[in-house]
Design a protein around this ligand. Sequence first.
Ligand code: FES
Length: 65
Amino acid sequence: MYVCICRQITCGQIRAAADDGVSSVRDLKQQLGVASQCGKCAGCARGILENALSDKLSQKDEPVA
Ligand code: FES
């Protein structure tokens, strides 16, 4: 699903960026261009990033089988 229409950035690209170490909307803006034009996607992008980072942390806490 597109999150940033202006730059054609998808939810999957934001989640992949989080996996690669992106931890803020500022970083997303620098790396992908999210929220760099009209800015209307910033809140949605932040939510997706926070969810991705939360998922990443919870996966780290899971014991290795
Ligand atoms: S929708 Fe992302 S900058 Fe416009």
